[in-house]
Design a protein around this ligand. Structure first.
Ligand code: M6R
Length: 609
């Protein structure tokens, strides 16, 4: 949510700032801006409403050789998307870019008398506050930043420069990520390591409560209490191909299509089909600790939450005497929920930075409950704060809508459930079918992706022209799949889509069946197949427009469309059906001519509350 970049070195700052902002644009794309300083401190501030491409044109007409600068791509919180509200914000001698939210900005604003506010943002208040402590350069910029931050309530990742000292950038974080790229004769900063890929492999991740003063050949990090810290230089694992479209029209399609490989990475070294066992090292729990677990809380938002629901349905099928509660982080953080001592909490997040999920993690830790991360982004805040964890290793997910992460998060959590079941002595003949299907899933997805995309595309194109509402339906393990399918459709095609358990239809949602809506039935051939069929019949009897996605090869009901999935799976079929939902939503949005990778109003990695 919002992206920050910064550069100090011997090259043209504008070049890195623009290329970095393009990489970070998936984090926010309402407006963008950069400011650079020449050697005497003369500033060139360029800002533009809309995408980074607009700013790029402005920059090409105002090219500068300046060797220091900071930039920002915005996801609006305070104030509409506009040039005026775009970052960097100026106050006196300083310029600031900010991710996060300053909660007490109104009260701080009332105390600032010597600044004419130009924007509606909370960020400009922070800029003015820093400037008031800076006093025209009487104090070091880092001291002014620290003094200001001590008065602030809220979250921030900031980068600040001063016209009085055009050789340094001060950065600080609390709740919003910041990473420093270490290079020869230049130093880079970004809110996300993907902006650094291709420039350096060496990175320092700032922790909450740390402030760094950066020059082209030095990095000095202190806590807000002025204690020096020496953070580890870590290696950025991502390579360039992982953050490029690789010939696809959209990142979303690329990410759907790469699921056989990304899931293989999730499984690597963790599953032994010969012995039918699962080994997850990361959670760091002994067999005796695993045996004691009686409750699992699964915390996440959006797709990560649905992955948690999916895993919960599965884990309770094969693990005895266990209660599993998937919870939505933004709700859970303010509940007064009692967590029994024999619990473990799975903290699920692709980005590892989601503010609501992070807040739950901290709260749960305070209660002495062991936390296990199911995270994708290596080195992210959640990954660093959990007690143990399993990286899903799917590589960068650039499309705002999450796809490959869902599949791998679900499977990683099911595998965690299997490790508990193993430790509790559940018989191999109960667990083996799940383990075999998990091992087979990458190939099954591969087969599906080779056979089905054209069929799905044709149906999606047709339906995109006809309908404004969608009703997704599924039962049992296919219910979270239905929820996830509806989320995908609404976020990238702006089509009203809701999901219900098929058995709930008659308790209300069936009233929605009319000619403006279609019904997307996820119908795996499982124990509840016949019961799900009754729901379908009830919809058809009321003139519904049903699309059925099923693995039943002889499915023969008078529905508008049948998408048949050929598979050897029995238990994990819903995860295959979900790939069909992903392709359907993608083609539906493309048919409407929408910006699939960057849907309106959304941003990847929601680091504000
Ligand atoms: O990075 P996280 O997994 O914590 O993100 C959680 C949600 O914000 C995310 O899944 C969101 O719902 C996606 N846009 C869904 O496609």
């Amino acid at each position: 949510m919002c992206g920050i970049v910064g550069y100090v070195g011997n090259n043209k700052a504008q070049d890195f700032l623009i290329s970095g902002l393009k990489r970070l644009e998936y984090r926010g794309y309402d407006s963008a801006g950069i400011v650079t300083l020449d050697k005497k401190g003369k500033a060139t501030l360029l800002r533009e409403k809309g995408k980074v491409s607009g700013l790029e044109s402005k920059v090409s007409q105002n090219a500068r050789d300046d060797q220091i600068g900071i930039g920002h791509t915005r996801w609006a919180t305070h104030g509409e998307p506009s040039e005026r509200n775009a970052h960097p914000h100026q106050a006196g001698d300083i310029y600031l870019v900010h991710n996060g939210i300053i909660e007490n900005y109104k009260e701080l604003k009332d105390q600032i008398k010597d600044h004419q506010f130009q924007s509606d943002t909370d960020s400009e208040v922070l800029a003015a506050l820093i400037n008031s402590f800076y006093q025209g350069g009487k104090h070091p910029l880092s001291n002014a930043v620290v003094q200001a931050l001590k008065l602030v309530r809220g979250t921030y990742g900031i980068a600040v420069i001063s016209v009085k000292n055009p050789g340094e950038i001060v950065v600080a974080r609390s709740g919003s990520p910041l990473v420093i790229g270490v290079c020869q004769d230049e130093t880079l900063i970004a809110s996300d390591a993907s902006a650094l890929v291709g420039h350096t492999k060496k990175a320092i991740y700032l922790n909450d409560g740390e402030v760094a003063t950066i020059a082209k050949d030095s990095i000095s990090i202190k806590t807000l209490d002025s204690q020096p810290v020496s953070n580890k230089v870590e290696t950025i694992q991502t390579d360039l191909s992982a953050i490029q479209k690789g010939g696809y029209d959209h990142f979303l399609l690329k990410e759907v299509m790469e699921q056989p490989q990304s899931l293989t990475e999730t499984l690597r070294g963790r599953i032994n089909v010969k012995d039918c066992t699962v080994h997850l090292g990361g959670p760091n729990l002994s067999d005796s600790e695993l045996r004691k677990i009686k409750h699992i809380i699964i915390v996440g938002c959006g797709t990560a939450y649905y992955a948690g629901m999916t895993a919960a349905y599965y884990i309770e099928k094969f693990t005895p005497e266990i209660t599993i509660e998937p919870v939505i982080a933004s709700e859970y953080r303010y509940r007064n929920a009692y967590i029994p001592k024999d619990s473990v909490a799975l903290i699920v997040s692709q980005s590892g930075e989601t503010a609501d999920t992070l807040a739950c993690l901290r709260e749960i830790k305070k209660q002495g409950i062991k936390t296990i991360g199911i995270v994708n982004s290596i080195g992210s805040t959640i990954a660093r704060e959990v007690d143990g964890g399993t990286y899903i290793h799917v590589g960068p997910e650039i499309s705002v809508a999450s796809t490959k992460a869902y599949t791998s998060q679900s499977i990683a959590m099911i595998m965690f459930g299997l490790t508990i079941a193993q430790a509790k002595g559940v018989k191999s003949n109960t667990l083996a079918p799940y383990i075999k299907e998990i091992a087979a899933l990458p190939q099954e997805i591969e087969g599906l992706l080779q056979s089905i995309p054209d069929t799905v595309k044709n149906i999606a194109k047709k339906y995109a022209k006809k309908y404004d509402h969608a009703i997704y339906l599924g039962r049992d393990t296919a219910y979270p799949t239905a929820l996830e399918g509806a989320l995908k459709l609404k976020e990238i095609s702006y089509t009203d889509a809701n999901a219900y358990p098929t058995g709930e239809l008659k308790h209300g949602p069936i009233a929605l069946v009319d000619d403006n809506a279609f019904e997307f039935f996820l119908l795996p051939e499982n124990d509840l197949y016949d019961k799900s069929l009754s729901g379908l019949e009830e919809v058809l009897a009321r003139g519904g427009h049903a699309i059925v996605v099923t693995d039943k090869s002889d499915f023969n009901h008078p529905v508008e469309q049948i998408i048949t999935v050929q598979t050897g799976l029995k238990l994990l079929t819903p995860l295959l059906l979900n790939v069909v939902s992903q392709l359907f939503a993608y083609n539906f949005a493309v048919a409407k001519g929408l910006p699939v990778d960057q849907p309106r109003n959304l941003a990847k990695s929601v680091t504000v509350e």
